[in-house]
Each structure stands twice: as structure tokens, then as C-alpha cells.
Design a protein around this ligand. Structure first.
Ligand code: ADP
Length: 602
């Protein structure tokens, strides 16, 4: 009962949503329902009057009138159906595009942690099935239409048939229920099979994507893993095909049952009508009318049940769609009246511990640490020590499991997320550039308003001026050749410089660099840090680095070890302390040749 209620609630919510975003869809939909409900009646009823007239008075002018009325009625109704049907189909495309745009905007605003959760990613895929798949929106439209149209027709036919024998109505009902039961079973089975296919489908899509993605393709070619990947795709598709085979068999069973029940019932009804005609309970005109009314009635009724069963199937998809688009963001996005004080940003971690959702172990424990305005902070530690997770919490991609993070004395959970984001510019370890021009990669959505000189100045500061000047279209040269024949590819180091330029352009008070210079050689890294230090003079900066040479610029270094901060202080203090930092520092210094060492460590 609760489940059925939920189905109708979903339907109601979706209906309301559709009506609000595409009124024309709703209008054409209603018009077509009315037209299709009326469509068959003239063909069922008028032949009776024509036959009655032929047998009784046989007046040609009356017969012609009936014929003309029937033809005219049919012509008008069918003309209108032909007119509105393509319009409705077209609205489905519009509606689908609107829902899809809405969906993208929803996904873009969804909490980051949801997009790292494979179960939520499965749900997202199922929601996409509702928008684009054969069991989604399109099927939703046609089945709702079919249910309403056929209910209208059934009411009309019941009215006709009940006058000859009400039991016929009852029998047709029973037959339709049996068929519907089997149809519902087949539909449920088909849904379950499709759900099993979601993850293999995602895997097959992923392999398609990486096989044509420039970032992956070089590795794939030179690792020689084409066959292996292809086999993985084949395996995933095999699971899909097996499930589809099973569904096909279910539908064969269903076909046998429906053919049997409807044929047995039809034989019975025809015999009954012939008997009634023979015993003169009805005349030939009635015979023709009832024959066609019974046939149409049972057809309409089974259409209703079949559409309902299909609708239940669509509802499974609809439910997934609804569940996905109703995920509650945990990160607060409401402004509670906080004023952005971009020139003052004091961040405090107070006893923060954290474990990832659905994981049992804490990856950060009792972190108490503060970042003051204009501080130059370095975060160091071995792989897996928790540095990136610390940054994720700082950026509020996740909320702490325990403890709190304060910005200017206020728990960041209370601060509007949009506003909070305005404090940070970031260069992530796995930063991504876009296949747009140099200028657009730096200025992004401000490209139309910002001057070329301003961008050139920033590119100059990060040391990319030569690269830009030597590129075919200067600042307007595309990064990569995906959309620009004269585009240029960047080396790892150049890419990182461009990502840093982008972070500088957006000019936020706190700059975060998550190992941004790992693709640079130590000297280039050192130089860029040196330069960066001047660039971010009036900003707070937080660097994560494996190369400890850069930490010499920092006011405060936090050494992470196994989820905890074990040492805090500047370079000199930590060297004197003689703990983990010093041993890491000395170990790295030994790895460089004397020349580099001189520049880096003296
Ligand atoms: P670091 O940046 O110091 O190398 P991380 O913060 O990336 O360390 O990782 C700390 C720990 O958290 C590691 O054990 C890592 O496996 C785990 N971890 C990182 N990201 C996730 C995630 N999304 N889900 C679960 N565990 C994660």
C-alpha cells in the first residue's frame, strides 16, 4: 500500500514538474487523449444503424447520411491525431533536453562525496536511463496516454455491452487480469535484468571512453593493453547480453499465455453472439455492433493492464530518477547573513577527525591546526598520511566526522557553500586543463570581458610567455588539437604553470597547491615556488609537497603521519627538533647531485 502510494506520489511530482517546465507538452498530451478516446466509436456504432436501415426501410439517402457522418467523423479525428502526434513527439525531445539540462545542473551542484560513491554513480546511471532510455520518458508518455484513452473507451464499451449480457464484461475483465499479471511479471523481470546491467554498462562505457581519450590512449598503446581492455569490454557486454536473452524468453512465455487466453475467450463470445442471433434475441445490426464492441472492449482492457504493467516498470526507473534527483546535499548552501571578509581569513581545525563515508577507519585523527591571514603553510608527509584528505576537508568537499573547522570563528558548516568557495583558488594534483585557448584556460567564464594584456601578464609571471608567443595563434591558440587544427600540446610542467596561472587569475585570498609541481624537475619546481612566493605575497597559501626544498619558504610546516599532525613549525625549528621532518629532509637532499643541492638546499 505504502509502495503504491509512493508510485503515485512520484507520478504526481513528475507530472507537476513536467507541466511547469513544458506546458505545450501537457496541452498536446491532453488533446491527443481526448481524440484517441473518441476515435473508434463511430466505427463501432454507425455500422449497426446502417445495417438496421438496410434490413428495415433501406432508404438510400439515410444510408448515405450515416456513411458520410462516419467518414467525416473519422477523417476529422484522424486528421487531428496525425496533426498533434508529431507535435507531442517533438515536445518529448524538448522535454528530454530540458530535463537533461536540469539534471546536469543538479549534478554540478551535488555534494562531491556523492560523486565518489559507486552506489550513487549507479543510481545516476539509472536516472539517466529514465531521461534517455527506452523505458523512460517516452514510454511514460505513451503508457499514461494509453491508460487514460483505454479507460475512456472501456467505459463506452461497457455501456454498450452491459445491455446484452453483463457477464461478458466480467469475463473479459478476468481474461485481461490474467494477461496483465503475466505482463507485470515479465516487466519486473525485464527491469531487474536491466538493473543488473547498470554496472557492466558503466564499465563498457568507461572502456569506450578511455579508448578514445587522449589522456589514456598513449598509456594504452604503449602498455600494449588494447586486447585486455577489449576483453574487459566484451566480458561486460556478455553479462548484458545474457540478461537480455533471459528477458526475451520471459516475453515468449508471456506471448503464449496472452494468445491462449484471448483466443479462448473470443471463441466463447463469438459462439454466444451467434447463438443470440440464431435465437433472434438480437438482430444483424446488433450482432455487428456487439461483435466489434466486445473485440474492442477486450483489446482496450488488455491495453490498460499491459500499459499499467509497463507503467509499473517505468515507475522503477522513475523511482531511481526521483531518488537521485532528491539526494539531500549535506553541505549547506544557504547564506545565513555572513559577510565575505576576503581580506581576513583565519581557518582553524579544532580536534578534527575524519573517516570516509562507508569506511570504518579514521584517516585523520584529532587535527588541531590554524591558518592565519597571509600564512605560507606547507603540508608534508608520506603517501597516504592524510594530506589530500586534510585539503578536502579544508575545501569542504567533505565534512569532518568529529570536531569542527572554523572560518573567522564561525563553523564552516553554517556558511553558505558558494560564499565559502570564494575564499579559495586551487591547483589540484590531478588538475585538468580544457581544450580551449590559452586565454580561456586562464580567464574561463570571464574571457569576454578581461583584456588580453592582463592574461599575458599572468602567463608571463608563471613563465609561459615564450610558449604563448611561439604558438600559432598566440593567446588564442587551443590547448590540444581536439578543436583547433593549430592547437598546441603542453608538457607536464607547462600544463602545471597554466593551471597555476588560472588559480592566480581568479584571485582568491587562500591559494591551495596540491603537489602542483610534481611534473617539474627539482630546479624548475624550486624556481616556480620562488616566483609563486612573490605572486602570492598578499595571500594565504597552503602547499602540499613531497619535495621539501620548497618548504623553506613556509612560515609553518605541518608534518602529517598516519592521519595525525606530529610536528609543526618553520624549517629551522623542525630541523632543530630532529624528528621526522629532518630525516625526510636529509634523505631527499642526498638524492640530488651537488649542483642541484647547492641551489635547493643551501
Ligand atoms: P596523502 O594525500 O597524504 O597521500 P590521502 O589523504 O590521499 O593521503 O589518503 C589518506 C588515506 O585515506 C589513505 O589511506 C587513502 O587510501 C584513504 N582515502 C583517500 N581517498 C579516499 C576515498 N575517497 N575513500 C576512501 N578512502 C580514501
Amino acid at each position: 500500500m505504502k509502495y503504491t502510494l509512493k508510485k503515485f506520489t512520484n507520478l504526481y511530482v513528475l507530472g507537476k514538474r513536467i507541466f511547469s517546465i513544458d506546458k505545450r507538452y501537457s496541452l498536446y498530451f491532453t488533446i491527443l487523449i481526448i481524440l484517441k478516446t473518441l476515435a473508434p466509436f463511430a466505427l463501432v456504432v454507425i455500422p449497426k444503424y446502417i445495417l438496421d436501415e438496410i434490413i428495415a426501410l433501406n432508404r438510400l439517402n439515410i444510408i448515405i447520411k450515416y456513411l458520410l457522418f462516419m467518414a467525416f467523423f473519422n477523417f476529422i479525428i484522424n486528421f487531428l491525431i496525425q496533426y498533434f502526434e508529431p507535435l507531442l513527439n517533438n515536445r518529448i525531445h524538448h522535454l528530454r533536453t530540458k530535463l537533461s539540462n536540469e539534471f546536469s545542473s543538479y549534478v554540478l551542484n551535488l555534494d562531491y562525496e556523492y560523486l565518489e560513491d559507486p552506489n550513487i554513480l549507479d543510481k545516476k546511471q539509472k536516472a539517466i536511463e529514465f531521461i534517455y532510455g527506452s523505458n523512460g520518458l517516452e514510454s511514460f508518455t505513451f503508457n499514461i496516454e494509453s491508460i487514460v484513452v483505454n479507460i475512456g473507451q472501456v467505459i463506452g464499451y461497457t455501456y454498450l455491452i452491459i445491455s446484452i449480457n453483463p457477464y461478458i464484461v466480467l469475463m473479459i475483465f478476468c481474461g485481461a487480469i490474467i494477461n496483465a499479471k503475466f505482463q507485470a511479471m515479465a516487466e519486473k523481470y525485464s527491469y531487474e535484468a536491466e538493473m543488473e546491467m547498470v554496472r557492466p554498462s558503466r564499465m563498457a562505457n568507461y572502456i569506450d571512453y578511455i579508448c578514445s581519450d587522449q589522456v589514456h590512449i598513449k598509456d594504452i598503446r604503449f602498455l600494449g593493453i588494447e586486447k585486455w581492455l577489449l576483453n574487459k569490454k566484451k566480458e561486460s557486454n556478455k553479462i548484458k547480453l545474457l540478461a537480455l536473452d533471459k528477458v526475451a524468453h520471459k516475453y515468449i512465455h508471456l506471448g503464449i499465455v496472452t494468445t491462449l487466453t484471448s483466443n479462448i475467450l473470443n471463441i466463447f463470445f463469438y459462439s454466444y453472439l451467434i447463438y443470440s442471433l440464431y435465437t433472434k434475441q438480437i438482430i444483424i445490426g446488433d450482432f455487428v455492433m456487439y461483435l466489434s464492441a466486445i473485440t474492442n472492449f477486450s483489446l482496450s482492457l488488455s491495453n490498460i493492464f499491459v500499459s499499467m504493467a509497463k507503467f509499473l516498470n517505468i515507475n522503477y526507473y522513475l523511482e531511481n530518477y526521483m531518488e537521485f534527483v532528491s539526494l539531500n546535499n549535506k553541505i549547506n548552501r544557504k547564506n545565513i547573513g555572513m559577510i565575505v571578509e576576503l581580506n581576513r581569513a583565519v581557518i582553524e581545525f579544532v580536534n578534527v577527525s575524519f573517516k570516509y563515508p562507508n569506511h570504518d577507519t579514521f584517516v585523520l585523527r584529532n587535527i588541531t591546526f590554524s591558518i592565519s591571514t597571509n600564512d605560507k603553510i606547507s603540508i608534508v608527509g608520506e603517501n597516504g598520511a592524510g594530506k589530500t584528505t586534510f585539503i578536502k576537508l579544508l575545501l569542504r568537499l567533505y565534512d569532518p566526522t568529529e570536531g569542527e573547522i572554523l572560518l573567522n570563528g564561525r563553523n564552516i558548516k553554517e556558511i553558505d557553500y558558494e560564499l565559502y568557495r570564494k575564499y579559495f583558488s586551487t591547483v589540484f594534483q590531478d588538475y585538468k586543463l580544457f581544450a580551449f585557448s590559452f586565454k580561456e584556460n586562464v580567464s574561463l567564464n570571464n574571457s569576454d570581458t578581461v583584456s588580453d594584456d592582463e592574461i599575458l601578464d599572468i602567463l608571463n609571471k608563471v613563465g609561459l610567455e615564450d610558449k604563448v608567443n611561439s604558438s600559432a595563434k598566440g593567446l588564442f591558440t587551443g590547448i590540444s588539437r581536439i578543436y583547433d587544427d593549430l592547437g598546441t600540446d603542453l608538457s607536464g610542467g607547462e600544463g602545471q604553470r597554466l593551471a597555476i596561472a588560472r588559480a592566480l587569475f581568479i584571485n582568491r585570498p587562500i591559494v591551495i597547491l596540491d603537489e602542483p609541481t610534481s611534473a617539474l624537475d627539482p630546479i624548475a619546481e624550486y624556481q616556480i615556488y620562488q616566483k609563486f612566493d612573490t605572486l602570492v605575497k598578499n595571500k594565504t597559501s597552503v602547499y602540499i609537497s613531497h619535495r621539501l626544498a620548497s618548504t623553506k619558504f613556509s612560515d609553518k610546516i605541518a608534518v602529517f603521519d598516519n592521519g595525525e599532525i606530529i610536528e609543526v613549525g618553520n624549517h629551522d625549528k623542525l630541523m632543530k627538533l630532529g624528528g621526522k621532518y629532518r630525516s625526510m629532509f636529509n634523505m631527499q637532499a642526498e638524492n640530488y647531485n651537488d649542483n642541484n643541492k647547492e641551489i635547493l638546499y643551501e
